[in-house]
Design a protein around this ligand. Structure first.
Ligand code: BG6
Length: 507
């Protein structure tokens, strides 16, 4: 177990939701596991003017409300004593002097040796401004202590803005000081993809075009936009989930074995996957990408609002709350193997999973094809009910040779005492100890945008590309099934539609 050096975690956007819901409760989890160094403090930075003490009380309530541990109150009190607050206008160059002075003062109290992590949890429009101002005040200087910068998603809005953002940040921080967060990479089950593939001899020989028919990646949410309509309007499922979380999953499923588990070795391999994605030209977008938007429906008697009725959403919005993409990876391992990925809000359940569909037997000795449906699948359940499921055919006991589909199912919950760290907890600790393996590198983020950009452009320019309405509580537009050429194959539906409205439509 590596304990980080003494340091100060500076959170920009300290009065925001993420700080309360995730950052502070999850750093507190690290404290409970004795993973924080002796000399440690948090400095919250935001525009709101409040005292250290008031900020501490807010953070205490946040830990109690959002934390997954319920320890003795005195432990929380002890922890919040090391939390401080400074109010600045992040756009004002001179205000950064206040941060610098405060850090010098806190260094003395906490022996943090000028080691700082700057966490950008602000609106994305400030992601360029803050590093520049920090740099100009010398707060990027590593001649004494180390300095790291964590940047929340979204990293850019399209390829151009991501390239510009990388350029600005890199004027002041080196690539190995920059930690671009993608919280999916911090999920325990996502990391287990690498272990499943590279710590076992049984899967890797089959993990290629010779034995795999296609790969499916789904990240479904049952919730809607939950008061984030304003943000989501400018984002949509493609930017919000596919460009980052789902493509990162594809990177891990499809990459070659790295030469070591070193951060750059691993990230070189994901980059190669992104660079091998066959571009979806604007002309092919309508064929390879299906977009949808949830419309109102009734789920178990309850009226569910459509996306256009949500707060902050344009009543004529064309923003997609569902996207499904079919694509190929042009390299020796994956040549000709289709990848199908989809993500959506207001689907019937919350589930993220990777399904590896192995090829059928070349000849049906025992069972007809329809009896083998759902066989030959390896399902990696990312969340919830984390685990791995292998589906294959087995002989039904008795006379003859009847084949039945059976499951070999491993659930993380079966491991007694297994504590599954949350994604933020894992990632923040990794940054503290200087391990960027599970953070997205600048070149990979740009490569992912390069793949997504033509889709966004086609949607913007070509008004003939449809957006389909799907009733909240269903698995997205039925049209998404057409992405899969073979009529006898469908997406995996882990549960049934919740709404029977059936009024799929074109919007
Ligand atoms: C975030 C998206 O990155 O991921 C949200 O902005 C989404 O819209 C969330 O709800 C999903 O994360 P998880 O961990 O709940 O699957």
């Amino acid at each position: 177990m590596i304990i980080p050096d003494n340091h100060i975690l500076v959170i920009f956007g300290a009065s925001g939701d993420l700080t309360k819901r995730k950052l502070i409760p999850e750093v507190f989890n690290l404290k409970l596991q004795n993973l924080l160094p002796k000399g440690f403090a948090i400095l919250g930075v935001s525009r709101t003017e409040i005292s250290d003490e008031d900020f501490r009380q807010e953070m205490k309530s946040a830990i109690k409300k959002f934390g997954n541990n319920k320890p003795d109150e005195s432990i929380i009190d002890e922890f919040v004593k090391s939390i401080y607050y400074t109010s600045i206008n992040t756009k004002e160059f001179d205000d950064y002097k206040k941060i610098k002075d405060r850090l010098i003062q806190l260094d003395k109290i906490h022996n943090s040796n000028e080691n700082y992590i700057f966490y950008l949890s602000t609106p994305p429009s400030l992601y360029g401004i803050i590093p520049r101002n920090l740099g100009k005040h010398g707060l990027n200087d590593q001649s004494v202590g180390w300095k790291k910068l964590i940047v929340e998603k979204p990293f850019g809005y399209n390829l151009k803005s991501a390239v510009e953002l990388n350029k600005i940040i890199k004027e002041y921080f080196l690539e190995d000081q920059i930690y671009r967060i993608d919280h999916y990479l911090g999920k325990e089950t996502v990391q287990n993809v690498l272990v499943t593939r590279f710590a076992n001899g049984i899967f890797e020989p089959l993990w290629n075009r010779n034995y795999i028919h296609h790969i499916e990646v789904t990240s479904a949410e049952s919730i809607g936009v939950e008061g984030r309509g304003g943000y989501y309007e400018g984002s949509g499922a493609l930017r919000d989930m596919i460009q980052n979380h789902l493509l990162q999953l594809v990177g891990l499923v499809a990459m070659e074995a790295p030469s070591s588990f070193d951060s750059n070795a691993v990230r070189n391999e994901t980059l190669k996957v992104f660079e091998s994605l066959r571009p979806i030209n604007k002309e092919n977008v309508a064929e390879q990408v299906i977009r949808g938007q949830y419309i109102s429906s009734k789920i178990k008697g309850e009226e569910i609002k459509g996306y256009r009725e949500e707060e902050g959403v344009n009543p004529e919005s064309k923003t997609e709350t569902f996207a499904a993409v079919k694509f190929y990876i042009d390299n020796w391992r994956w040549g000709g193997v289709p990848f199908y990925i989809r993500s959506g809000k207001r689907l019937p359940t919350r589930v993220s999973e990777i399904v590896v569909h192995f090829k059928e037997t070349p000849h049906y000795l025992f069972a007809k094809r329809n009896q083998m449906e759902g066989c030959n699948q390896l399902v990696i359940r990312i969340q919830p009910d984390e685990g791995i499921l292998l589906k294959f055919g087995m002989k039904v006991p008795g006379a003859g040779f009847k084949v039945q589909n059976v499951n070999m199912d491993f659930h993380y919950s079966d491991l007694s005492n297994a504590y599954i760290p949350t994604a933020y907890e894992r990632l923040i600790l990794d940054c503290m100890i200087g391990d960027s393996t599970l953070y997205a590198r600048g070149d990979a983020v740009e490569a992912a945008w390069k793949f997504i950009d033509p889709i966004l452009q086609a949607w913007e320019e070509d008004k003939s590309i449809k957006i389909f309405g799907y009733p909240a509580g269903t698995w997205g537009p039925e049209k998404a099934d057409d992405l899969i050429e073979e009529g006898y194959i469908t997406w995996r539906y882990p549960c049934k539609n919740l709404s029977d409205d059936g009024n799929y439509c074109e919007l």
